[in-house]
Ligand binder design. Structure first.
Ligand code: LM2
Ligand code: CA
Length: 533
C-alpha cells in the first residue's frame, strides 16, 4: 500500500458515503492512529518515520523537548528548566532534522508541552539543567521568577473536589517536597512566554501538542495561549491539540468537557474498560457492542484513547494492559482499540524497565540497518505485527465509522465485528479456539489476514481468508489470537479500494452508537478549534 493509493481511495469513498454521516466532511474524522515513541532520541524518531509511513501512523508524540533537570530518571523530562531545545533526546538541530524527515514521510510530530509548572529544585541551592542553565526553586534565569509573580503562591494539589486547589497549587508535593512550582497561567507574561515557546516549536514545523497536566491548568488559560499560536507550517491549519485530563472519579471538580473548546481530551476510562473486560473479569469483551453515550465517556471526535500510557504502565499496571504484564493479550487489546470506531488511538511504544523511575536504554533504537527492538532494551510495541497492521485497518475503515455484523460466542470472550463493507475483525480472548463461519458484510474475494501476515500491495506473507459470494468467511482463530481483513489488503487489488465495489449505501450501519457519533461529529463542525485530521 502506498500513500497516494490510500488517499485516492479515501477521497472517492468519502464523496460516496458522506450522506451516511449526515453531511459531515471527511476532515472531521480523526486521523487513523498515532504512536508515542516514549523517550526516543530525535535521531531515532527520524529514522523510524519511513516505517511509520508504510504502516500508516499519522503522527508521533515525542517526549518533552525543552531543557530539563539532570538525572537518569525518565521523569526528569517533566521538570522544565528553560525552553531551550536541549534534552536527553537531542538538541534543536536534531529536533529540526527529525521534523523534516518525518514530514518527508507524511508523519506529523506532536510535542509533549509541559507548561503547567517548572522544575522543583531539590537542593535549595543553584542547580543546572541539561543545557547548563542555572536554576533554583521559582527562579529560572530570567524566564520565570517567583519575585516577579510568575508562580501561584505555594499550596498543595491535595483536593480534587476543589477546582482552585487542583489548578492553582503545586503538583507532586510528596513528603516534605515543595512539588512542581505552579505557573500563574492566568498572567499576561506567563501566557506570552508559553506561547513564544510553542510558536518556536511551530516555526520548526511541529504539528500538534499534548498539553501535559492540562487538568491542572484553567481551560480558559489554555484557550488564551492557543489563541496566540501561529498556524502550523505543514498546511497552514491550526495545530492539533490534545489535553491530558485524567478523569476517573466523577466527583472531581475538573471534568473533560470543560476542555472540548480547546481540542481533544485524553479518555483514560477507555484503557481501563479494555483492561477490565479483557483481563480483569469485570464483564466480557462482547459488552463493547453496547458502547454508547450512556457510558458517559468523552465523545468519539473529542477523545484520544490508548490501552496504557507512560505513567500508568509503570504506576498502576494492574489497572491497564501493557507489554510487560499481558504478553500477547496486549496485542489483542490493541487490535480491539484500533478496530473499534471510537476516538483517536495512541499506540504506546515503551522500553523495558525494572522499576518505576528507570530511564531509557543507553543504546539507540536504530544502528546501521537494524532496530534494537523486542528485547531487553527498546520494546517497540508499535512494531508488533498485529498492532502495526491494524493501523492500516483503521485507516481503510475510517469512512465506515461504526460497527456492523456483530458476532459473539465463547461466553462473550470471542467477538467479531465489521466496519461496513470495509473490514472485519475477529478477536478470541477465550482460552479455547474458535472455528466458525461468520457473516462479514465484505465483498467476495481473498484477503490477507493482517494479524498473521503483511500485505505488500500484491501478496500476503501469511494466511489468507476467503469471503464467499454471500459475504461469509470461515474463521479459524486459536485461543488468544485475532484475525482481521480489510479492503486495503485484498488480493488482486494492489491495495486499491474499488469504490464501485465498496461504496457504502445508506443505511450503512446498525446500532445506536453510530447515531450518537454522527450527531456529536456534526455538532463539532464549526467550533472554533476543531482539530482537522
Ligand atoms: C503528567 N501529566 O499530567 C505527566 O504525564 C507525568 O509523567 C508527570 O509526572 C506529571 N504530569 C508532571 O508533569 C512525572 C512523574 C513524577 C515526577 C514528575 C516530575 O510521574 O513521579 O515527580 O514527572 O518529574 C518527580 C518525583 C516526585 C517528586 C517530583 C518533584 O517522582 O517524587 O515529588 O519529581 O521533585 C516530590
Ligand atoms: Ca496549574
Amino acid at each position: 500500500m502506498n500513500t497516494s493509493t490510500w488517499s485516492m481511495g479515501c477521497v472517492l469513498i468519502a464523496s460516496t458515503v458522506v450522506a451516511g454521516f449526515s453531511g459531515i466532511a471527511r476532515a472531521d474524522l480523526n486521523g487513523a492512529a498515532f504512536v508515542h515513541l516514549f523517550e526516543w532520541s530525535w535521531a531515532d524518531v527520524a529514522a523510524e518515520c519511513p516505517y511509520l509511513d508504510v504502516k500508516g501512523y499519522a503522527a508521533v508524540q515525542v517526549s518533552p523537548p525543552q531543557e530539563h533537570i539532570q538525572g537518569s530518571q525518565w521523569w526528569t523530562r517533566y521538570q522544565p528548566v528553560s525552553y531551550k531545545l536541549v534534552s536527553r533526546s537531542g538538541d534543536e538541530a536534531a529536533f529540526k532534522d527529525m521534523v523534516d524527515a518525518c514530514h518527508a514521510h507524511n508523519v506529523k510530530i506532536y510535542v509533549d508541552a509541559v507548561i503547567n509548572h517548572m522544575a522543583e529544585g531539590h537542593s535549595g541551592g543553584i542547580e543546572h539543567g541539561t543545557a547548563g542553565t542555572p536554576y533554583q526553586r521559582e527562579s529560572y534565569s530570567g524566564l520565570y521568577e517567583g519575585s516577579q509573580g510568575h508562580f501561584h503562591p505555594f499550596c498543595q494539589t491535595n483536593d480534587y473536589q476543589n477546582q482552585i486547589v487542583t489548578q492553582g497549587c503545586n503538583l507532586t508535593t510528596e513528603g516534605h517536597s515543595g512539588g512542581l512550582p505552579d505557573l500563574k497561567t492566568g498572567s499576561e507574561e506567563v501566557r506570552a512566554k508559553i506561547a513564544a515557546y510553542l510558536n518556536h516549536l511551530i516555526s520548526l514545523g511541529v504539528d500538534g501538542f499534548r498539553i501535559d497536566a492540562a487538568k491542572h491548568i484553567w481551560t480558559a488559560d489554555i484557550e488564551n495561549i492557543l489563541g496566540r499560536l501561529n498556524p502550523r507550517m505543514l498546511d497552514g491549519q491550526p495545530v492539533e491539540i490534545f489535553q491530558e485530563v485524567i478523569f476517573r472519579n466523577t466527583s472531581e471538580a475538573v471534568t473533560p468537557d470543560q476542555y472540548y473548546q480547546n481540542g481533544l481530551v485524553t479518555e483514560f476510562r477507555w484503557g481501563d474498560a479494555i483492561a477490565a473486560k479483557f483481563k480483569r473479569g469485570h464483564g466480557t469483551i462482547s459488552e463493547f457492542q453496547g458502547f454508547g453515550p450512556h457510558w458517559n465517556f468523552v465523545p468519539s471526535q473529542k477523545a484520544v484513547v490508548f490501552t496504557d500510557n507512560h505513567d500508568d504502565q509503570r504506576k498502576t499496571p494492574h489497572n491497564v494492559m501493557n507489554f510487560k504484564t499481558d504478553g500477547s493479550q496486549y496485542d489483542l487489546a490493541n487490535v480491539f482499540m484500533l478496530a473499534f470506531p471510537y476516538g483517536y488511538p495512541k499506540v504506546m511504544s515503551s522500553y523495558e524497565y525494572a522499576g518505576h523511575d528507570q530511564g531509557p536504554p543507553g543504546s539507540p533504537v536504530h544502528t546501521g540497518g537494524n532496530v534494537n527492538c523486542f528485547g531487553s532494551d527498546w520494546e517497540c510495541e508499535h512494531r508488533f505485527r498485529p498492532i502495526a497492521n491494524m493501523v492500516a485497518f483503521r485507516k481503510h475503515t475510517l469512512p465506515a465509522f461504526s460497527t456492523s455484523n456483530w458476532f459473539s460466542a465463547g461466553g462473550g470472550q470471542q467477538i467479531g465485528f465489521g466496519r461496513g463493507n470495509l473490514g472485519y475483525v475477529v478477536i478470541n480472548n477465550a482460552g479455547f479456539g474458535l472455528n466458525q463461519t461468520i457473516h462479514t458484510g465484505m465483498a467476495p474475494g481473498t484477503y490477507c489476514n493482517v494479524i498473521e501476515g503483511d500485505f505488500d500491495g500484491t501478496t500476503c506473507s501469511g494466511p489468507m481468508l476467503t469471503v464467499d459470494g454471500s459475504g461469509n468467511a470461515l474463521f479459524n482463530v486459536p485461543a488468544g489470537r485475532a484475525a482481521a481483513i480489510h479492503v486495503g489488503a485484498k488480493i488482486g487489488t494492489q491495495g486499491k479500494v474499488d469504490v464501485t465495489l465498496y461504496a457504502i449505501t445508506a443505511p450503512p450501519f446498525s446500532g445506536r452508537a453510530s447515531m450518537w457519533w454522527a450527531a456529536s461529529r456534526s455538532s463539532a463542525t464549526g467550533s472554533r478549534r476543531t482539530p482537522v485530521y
